[in-house]
Design a protein around this ligand. Structure first.
Ligand code: F6P
Length: 520
């Protein structure tokens, strides 16, 4: 297939899953309701997961089950906790699950983000393991299972589970309704088997995941780590080879599906008039127009390497005083998971670092760092991408990092340099970025200098290369490939399970590293 579009997803659903209900499951909901000036309003939270799954749901007209979190969410649902979305063009049903505040806290902040998140990112943060948060995680997985089973109504529905909040869900679902076709996409990295061993509940978590028919990761190396973890930890696992893992006679296909963005839509928005206006507004906020602009856009999360990036900027000014008064770095830091002490102390650390660096170098109305501590709308982000000479993504470990792909998607002018961590999944595809070790501050500083001094034709060559990669490997490819692979796990599509008993199939070659890669 040449061009991957919304239509590709529609075609896969029509040809492989005709007449079957599609049910997506995630913790974060795709639309939140709130009241403004006595009017009911609805907005989509900024999340790569949501922009990736939304087109599948629009095409399928199914049900998306997620935790209700908007302040007016309860007012917006009917007696089945259903709301039709998107509000302006209803295409599918959002089923909201209500969790008691304490249960939600222990499952989301506790087990999901203080235990599984640090273990999977391997960034040397001590995970917090408590029996209470584990029990809450189990309970929430059961609550979501009830909602899925109810929506499926005993039929052979297709269930698309998102992320690490629901490792136990697939197995519960299969136990109660073996007819379901269940796929899960794990948006964050899968760590090496040694790291998995420190999870006290690793066996239940792995067994839960092995309830899936298809388990998707961002990278092939995540799949390899997963197989090693199964081999070391899951007692009933028959084995893990040939792209499949099996437990209790059930086979799970494991494959990489690097997530992406809607490249065409992104480029279209970058060409719009609004972006011009936004760009001017931004330049005004920065004070006298800076000669050189660098940007960083992240959730404030310890995996994103923000302090390392700011330290690199400090070093850059020490080594290249010629940039003083000329270079401004705009760092957007979207507040995230602030109920977790680690995230709050990172906020404080970054604020102190910004004021220290600004205090050290500021002069004559100029300061080197503009810190924006809030979520910006997409048009403003695109404006920011377009006015940047370089963008820095310095994650210490990241499943994919869509900021990198969005920066590339916005650059319709075929200019701008991306400085990218080798530990972000995106580095496998965006090989024309300046790739750095984010733990090494002087490497980031050197890459910033290289970005600033790079010749225009070299910048263009690299940006064109990256744009071609993201254009070819867009989010519709991700969705279409995932759905097609799930269809292939169906016994009625070729006796997958019986064949497995004799010999596990060969691994599927699926590298997105090259734009001319062949897809199965
Ligand atoms: O990157 C992993 C992820 O869970 C995404 O899927 C999600 O969009 C992002 O982190 C933000 O997480 P949260 O929903 O906890 O704010």
């Amino acid at each position: 297939m040449g061009q991957w579009t919304r239509e590709s997803i529609r075609q896969v659903i029509a040809s492989k899953f005709a007449g079957r209900k599609i049910i997506a499951v995630s913790n974060r909901e795709p639309y939140q309701h709130f009241r403004s000036n006595n009017r009911m309003d609805c907005a989509q939270p900024a999340s790569g997961l949501i922009t990736a799954v939304d087109p599948i749901m629009r095409a399928s007209g199914g049900v998306w089950i997620a935790q209700g979190s908007g302040e007016a969410d309860r007012e917006a649902v009917d007696e089945w906790d259903h709301a039709r979305v998107p509000p302006d063009e209803p295409a599918y049903t959002l089923r909201r699950v209500w969790l008691a505040p304490e249960l939600s806290r222990e499952y989301y902040y506790g087990l999901s983000n203080e235990a599984i998140w640090p273990v999977c990112h391997m960034v040397f943060r001590r995970p917090q393991f408590t029996e209470r948060s584990w029990q809450s995680y189990r309970r929430v997985n059961e609550i979501f299972a009830e909602a899925v089973l109810q929506e499926a109504g005993g039929e052979a529905a297709v269930v698309l589970i998102q992320d690490y909040h629901f490792a136990l869900l697939p197995r519960i679902l299969k136990r109660h309704n073996p007819k379901l076709r269940v796929a899960q996409f794990w948006h964050i990295p899968w760590p090496d088997a040694g790291a998995v061993r420190i999870l006290p509940w690793r066996e239940e978590l792995l067994q839960g995941l092995l309830g899936n028919d298809l388990l998707g990761f961002q990278l092939k190396e995540d799949c390899a780590h997963f197989f090693a973890s199964v081999a070391q930890n899951a007692r009933n696992a028959l084995g893990a080879s040939g792209g499949c893992a099996a437990a209790d006679g059930h086979v799970t296909t494991v494959r990489a599906f690097p997530i992406s963005i809607d490249f065409a839509e992104h480029s279209r928005r970058a060409a719009s008039k609004d972006v011009d206006a936004n760009m001017r507004r931004w330049l005004g906020e920065l004070g006298p127009a800076p000669e050189i602009v660098g940007i960083g856009i992240d959730r404030v999360d310890y995996t994103k390497g923000i302090p390392e990036r700011l330290a690199a900027l400090d070093l850059l000014f020490q080594e290249h005083p010629e940039y003083l008064g000329r270079l401004v770095f705009v760092q957007v830091g979207v507040p995230s998971r602030t109920a977790i002490p680690e995230y709050r102390s990172l906020d404080d650390e970054i604020a102190a670092q910004v004021s220290q660096i600004n205090g050290r170098w500021a002069m004559r109305g100029w300061k080197p760092i503009v810190f924006v501590p809030r979520q910006l709308d997409q048009q403003t982000l695109i404006a920011l991408h377009l006015m940047a000479d370089f963008c820095v993504v310095s994650s210490l470990h990241d499943g994919m990092n869509l900021v990198a792909k969005e920066f590339v998607g916005s650059r319709i002018d075929e200019d701008g340099v991306l400085v990218l961590s080798e530990f972000a999944g995106a580095a496998r595809e965006l090989t024309d970025a300046l790739i750095v070790n984010p733990f090494c501050v002087y490497e980031i500083a050197a890459a910033m200098h290289d970005a600033i001094t790079m010749a225009p034709q070299e910048r263009r060559r690299r940006m064109l290369g990256m744009r071609a990669v993201v254009a070819a490997n867009n989010v519709y490819r991700w969705g279409s490939e995932l759905l097609a692979a799930l269809a292939r796990t169906d016994p009625s599509h070729g006796a997958h399970h019986d064949r497995h008993r004799e010999r596990l199939p060969e691994p599927e070659e699926n590298t997105y590293a090259r734009r001319d890669a062949q897809f199965v």
